[in-house]
Design a protein around this ligand. Structure first.
Ligand SMILES: C[S@@+](CC[C@H](N)C(=O)[O-])C[C@H]1O[C@@H](n2cnc3c(N)ncnc32)[C@H](O)[C@@H]1O
Length: 380
């Protein structure tokens, strides 16, 4: 029987109720990530039905919103993602730090990188003209100005041997994202590199492609450390475990998960590895994009939908059969435009107990959108 949706007014935040600054507080915006849910949504449910959880799982952890909010609420959590970069990002966000030591290390690496790219007077002209090429990566050579790439590679070369290498990698990735030669109106889905000035429809004027990455490195060294320091003040010591793995095949037996809070990948909308391509290229991370469920590259044809349903329901079944009791809840946040989730949940061996819905009004200006999002509360 179809469960009718119930609008939850408390969850329909407007921009005024929940400004961007609050949605992106502390480590939540350590690095841009396309397709995350708002932390306040997770917090709402954690503070209600999931308050006394022994272990909350997010099988599609993404940038780690569920794990971060669980940690702040003192709830142990475990998360899985097929993208190595996402797992590293979540690990960096949720770790415990000696902040003074971290700040010292990051500032020292930045200083050294600056010195390394500062041309000596003698070699100034020659160095300026010589393009820096990373022979291993056509991507890096195409999407970056040689000066920008030189600073990124200088910073990258200094990472080994430091205590907080993954933080340095996140800073490097964020600077790399900002210094791609892309049009300002294509930040999320860049179509091609822009080597020359271009007419920018976002700013209604001629804009110049970025040639510089050092400014971004400087800015993000400061911002990332400040955000981590802010999180350390509210961080708890409960177990918070990001894991790299394919949730549709993982054996969850023995984990004692009693609740799940997740937003599965959308079908045919985002390539989750590809959105951080610069990080994969610069850091040499393993690419598992073939195992991504619902990836954009596979489209939303009949067979893509069939595979998507099979993989998501297999994940639900894997967890519920291995760990669920009658009180366990599998909460799925989804924009189910294609009406797939009734079947998916049933094939996963669960029933939809409640279908809550909320209206999402996103920002103002060019990216203003309004749509509704369902929160499926499922159980045995
Ligand atoms: C909608 S996003 C989750 C966003 C997350 N709620 C957040 O706030 O950041 C879905 C995630 O599922 C991951 N994913 C896709 N296929 C997967 C698989 N087979 N196993 C584990 N994770 C997978 C993607 O890499 C992506 O990060």
């Amino acid at each position: 029987m179809t469960v009718q949706p119930r609008l939850i007014k408390q969850l329909c935040w407007t921009e005024k109720d929940l400004p961007q600054k609050v949605r992106t507080k502390h480590v939540h915006s350590l690095h841009p990530y396309l397709g995350k849910f708002v932390p306040q949504l997770v917090d709402y449910f954690l503070k209600r039905g999931l308050k006394n959880s022994k272990l909350v799982c997010d099988p599609f952890m993404g940038s780690g919103t569920t794990l971060i909010e669980c940690n702040v609420n003192g709830i142990p959590s475990i998360g899985f993602d097929i993208s190595k970069f996402n797992v590293m990002l979540c690990d960096v966000k949720t770790k415990k730090y000696d902040v003074a030591e971290l700040r010292r290390e990051v500032e020292a690496v930045l200083e050294e990188a600056r010195a390394a790219v500062m041309p000596s007077l003698d070699g100034f002209i020659a160095k300026k003209r010589r393009a820096i090429k990373n022979p291993d990566s056509p991507y890096l050579n195409t999407w970056y100005h040689p000066d920008a790439l030189r600073s990124l590679l200088a910073f990258q070369s200094l990472i080994p041997g430091h205590s907080y290498q993954d933080v340095l990698k996140i800073i490097l990735s964020r600077a790399a994202r900002s210094s791609r030669m892309i049009a300002h109106y294509e930040v999320d889905f860049p179509k091609k590199p822009y080597g020359e000035d271009y007419y920018c429809i976002k700013h209604d004027r001629t804009c110049h492609p970025t040639k510089n990455s050092m400014t971004f490195l400087q800015r993000y060294c400061k911002d990332v450390v400040n955000r981590i320091a802010e999180f350390q003040r509210i961080r708890t010591d409960v177990r918070t475990r990001p894991v790299h793995g394919d949730s549709s095949k993982f054996d969850f037996a023995g984990l004692e998960i009693n609740h799940v809070f997740t937003s599965p990948p959308y079908i045919g909308l985002i390539d989750y590895h590809d959105q951080h391509k610069y990080a994969y290229e610069l850091l040499g991370l393993d690419d598992n994009s073939d195992l991504e469920i619902g990836r954009k590259k596979n489209g939303s044809s009949k067979s893509a939908i069939h595979n998507y349903k099979k993989d998501i329901s297999r994940t639900i079944r894997n967890i519920s059969e291995a760990a669920f009791s009658k009180d366990s809840r599998f909460i799925i946040v989804v924009n189910d435009k294609l009406g797939l989730y009734e079947d998916i949940v049933a094939d996963g061996g669960l029933v939809i107990k409640k279908r809550l819905t909320r209206e999402v009004n996103r920002r103002s200006g060019r990216r203003a959108t309004s749509f509704s999002e369902d929160i499926l509360v499922c159980g045995l």
